[in-house]
Design a protein around this ligand. Structure first.
Ligand SMILES: Cc1ncc(COP(=O)(O)O)c(C=O)c1O
Length: 419
């Protein structure tokens, strides 16, 4: 098979494909594998019940059922959903938006592919621009989305050491350089993989920098604000005309319906929708069909506040406590869990790389994510990038406990120089 450059890049190996392959293979070949690697949300019966009721009410109405199954929506997505969501966001947060500021995607991953390539890569004047990540490590799923090489640049973070084996990354504004080659700033908040939540001040400062440079500030709220609210600290939802807020229904408990949401100024929404028409024609209707009523009634607020946030907070606390007792006095640190559903472990001075530790853990029957993948865009070789692991804690509690024991056991062996 002879592939184009596009074909070579996108049909070849990449971090996200390797991870998804491992997940898929592990599920099929090793049903006993402890899955602490993937981004699947936890299973919450209360949320499932809400989605089921909502879908049943759509299915029982012939007109709604026809809209769900039988119609292509416009490339911007289901109008009714966009209207309800816009009025919800306006009422809750005072954002000056209408349905014209909202577009739907087939999962936010697909939205990122279009948006990131809209703002970076080869420019009409022949120059190249990059997407700048003001704080690395960042979401592995962005890493291979650029159509050209050298697509991302990143700023190494400041590290605040906290008590009780915790630490927290901060944007290091003294290192942050956004020259003429930056096409947009992009952050996830809460951050996948670390569970970090950028402070309101950091967000305001990044937004001001983007505005001053006349480039968009892309804010990935897949885990956070205003929904699904998997966030354990005080943080304010953020949007303005220069912000491209990308949301998703996935972490609410609906990754299978593949619905992403873009909130941006009209010019950006129109540009995105044109590209979406070419790539997708239209988006799936099932996510909007399930969620419209949640926004109309405001029930989304109760779902997140009463169910999702407490569930994930409880799981985060349990996982941190289990790691503390399993790791004992090893020189480890955990990123302060402020949101999302991963723990980011830092094994300072680990004699083996995070990739090696990942391989060893896979052999022991636990899948995690080796942290080095998440430092894409950072040019300098920083030992820290090979000392971290991302561990999801949302699967079955006993399995997670067992996984944590195995991780601690392998880390102890690695420090002791044993294979
Ligand atoms: C930070 C972040 N952004 C975006 C996505 C993409 O999610 P989806 O395509 O399911 O909306 C994910 C998935 O795990 C994620 O972790």
């Amino acid at each position: 098979m002879k592939l184009s450059l596009f074909g070579e890049k996108f049909a070849g190996e990449s971090g996200i494909v390797e991870l998804m392959d491992d997940l898929g293979t592990a599920l099929v070949d090793h049903p006993g594998m402890i899955m602490m690697g993937g981004g699947n949300p936890g299973r919450l019966p209360a949320a499932e019940e809400v989605f089921k009721r909502s879908l049943e009410s759509v299915l029982s109405d012939p007109e709604k059922r026809h809209r769900l199954f039988g119609l292509y929506q416009s490339p911007k997505g289901d109008q009714e959903f966009r209207v309800e969501l816009a009025s919800y966001l306006k009422m809750e947060f005072g954002w000056q938006i209408t349905a014209r500021n909202i577009a739907i995607s087939n999962g936010s991953q697909a939205a990122f592919f279009v948006l990131l390539n809209m703002f970076a890569g080869e420019m009409p004047d022949g120059n190249r621009k990059s997407i700048h990540l003001p704080l690395t490590p960042e979401y592995l799923g962005y890493a291979d989305s650029g159509l050209s090489e050298g697509f991302f640049t990143a700023t190494r973070p400041g590290i605040e050491l906290l008590d009780d084996h915790l630490f927290k990354y901060h944007v290091d504004f003294s290192r942050l350089e956004t020259g003429d080659r930056t096409g947009a700033l992009c952050v996830s908040r809460p951050t996948n993989p670390t569970g970090n939540v950028l402070t309101d001040e950091e967000v305001a400062q990044l937004d001001a920098i983007a505005m001053e440079r006349d480039i968009p500030f892309i804010l990935d709220g897949a885990y956070g604000l205003p929904f699904p609210g998997i966030i354990f600290t005080e943080a304010t939802p953020h949007w303005n005309e220069n912000t491209v807020l990308v949301l998703s229904l996935s972490k609410l408990g609906l990754p299978g319906v593949r619905t992403g949401i873009i909130v941006a100024r009209e010019e950006i929404i129109n540009a995105y929708a044109n590209a979406n028409g070419i790539v997708n024609l239209a988006c799936g209707n099932i996510g909007p069909a399930i969620a419209t009523e949640l926004f109309r009634s405001g029930d989304i607020r109760n779902l997140t506040r009463d169910h999702l946030t407490p569930f994930y907070l409880d799981r985060a606390n349990k996982a941190v406590n289990a790691f503390r007792s399993a790791l004992g006095d090893l020189p480890y640190r955990i990123h302060k869990p402020e949101g999302a559903f991963f723990l980011w472990l830092w094994f300072e001075g680990l004699p083996v790389s995070s990739q090696e530790l990942y391989e060893r853990l896979k052999r022991r029957g636990v899948l995690v994510v080796p942290g080095h993948y998440c430092f894409f865009g950072l040019e300098e070789d920083w030992p820290h990038r090979h000392e971290c692991l991302r561990v999801s804690y949302v699967q079955d509690e006993d399995q997670v406990k067992r996984g944590i024991e195995l991780i601690a056991d392998e880390a102890r062996k690695a420090y002791a120089g044993a294979v």
